[in-house]
Design a protein around this ligand. Structure first.
Ligand code: HEC
Length: 257
């Protein structure tokens, strides 16, 4: 009786040790970078798609069917993301001049637009151009940054077309970097409006604001193009309207559906 019991114990123990050895032996491979045999692959590789994980390579084996199906893929060639605008002017003097003539600010000058423009200015511009727009921000004052932005109300800048301002924000200008990747089109127009009517032409801005507040929307057309009288017949104006759509519906929609 006793004998049989201890025999059984020895057998059980032996099986356990043999099993453990087998597991240990299998978990070693000659490749030092290999995690070994995966008994529960789900624990290693989540069934949900994860960014940048190549599902074709599992442990030591490669599946030709699944290889290279990582979730973050390059967009199809010649497409643009929804909400992205294609800026139609080249980064040269002709593009700059054309933007100045054709690109019109689509926003109506209101208190809200000024407030939102101020927020954008505070995030992206104030450290160079200064709180008063005099070109005396902290960066501009630092000797290591060897450029001084001109004051917005200087003779050089006060009559600058809003299209040119937009162009310079898009491509940058000399020592001012491009903000194309940082500021949406709508926010750019807001900051252009803010800079134009807070610093460059404050008096005009104040009276337009008062006018708009009083008439609420009746003066839209006038306010949207306050600088130069643009001849109605000009076909350029038509193009500019398409370009100035803040959300670029035309380009974005066409590519996605
Ligand atoms: C790194 C510092 C820096 C930042 C940030 C910066 N600017 Fe400038 N900005 C400059 C300098 C320098 C110039 C003068 C460029 C020149 O004419 O050589 C300039 C010029 C300009 C001009 C005149 C452009 C023209 O066509 O003559 C405008 C308008 C302007 N900045 C607006 C902005 C706005 C709006 C922002 C924020 C979105 C901004 N800047 C951010 C340094 C900066």
């Amino acid at each position: 009786m006793k004998n049989t019991q201890s025999n059984r114990f020895i057998r059980l123990f032996g099986t356990f040790v043999a099993g453990a050895l087998l597991v240990l032996a299998q978990s070693c491979t000659s490749d030092p970078n290999s995690p070994g045999v995966e008994y529960m692959p789900d624990m290693y590789r989540s069934p949900s798609i994860e960014t940048y994980v190549d599902y074709g390579v599992v442990g030591d084996s490669t599946s030709t069917e699944l290889v290279n199906t990582q979730s973050a893929r390059l967009p199809a060639p010649n497409t643009v993301p929804r909400g992205w605008n294609v800026y139609p002017y080249d980064n040269n003097l002709e593009g700059y001049e054309a933007a100045g003539e054709e690109l019109m600010n689509p926003l109506v000058l209101t208190k809200e637009v000024m407030e939102e423009g101020k927020v954008v200015y505070g995030k992206f511009c104030v450290h160079c151009h200064g709180t008063g727009g005099k070109g005396d921000g902290k960066v501009a004052k630092n000797a290591k940054y060897n450029a001084v932005p001109p004051a917005y109300d200087s003779d050089e800048l006060k009559n600058l077309e809003q299209g040119k301002m937009f162009h310079s924000i898009h491509y940058g200008k000399n020592k001012m970097g491009s903000h194309a990747g940082q500021i949406s089109w709508e926010d750019r127009w807001k900051v252009v409006t803010y800079v134009k009517y807070k610093f460059m032409q404050k008096e005009l801005g104040d009276s337009l604001l008062a006018l708009n507040a009083a008439e609420e929307g009746d003066v839209e057309a006038e306010v949207a193009q306050p600088q130069e009288a643009v001849s109605e017949a000009e076909s350029a104006e038509k193009d500019a309207e398409t370009v100035a759509t803040p959300n670029g519906d035309e380009t974005a929609e066409a590519t996605n559906e």
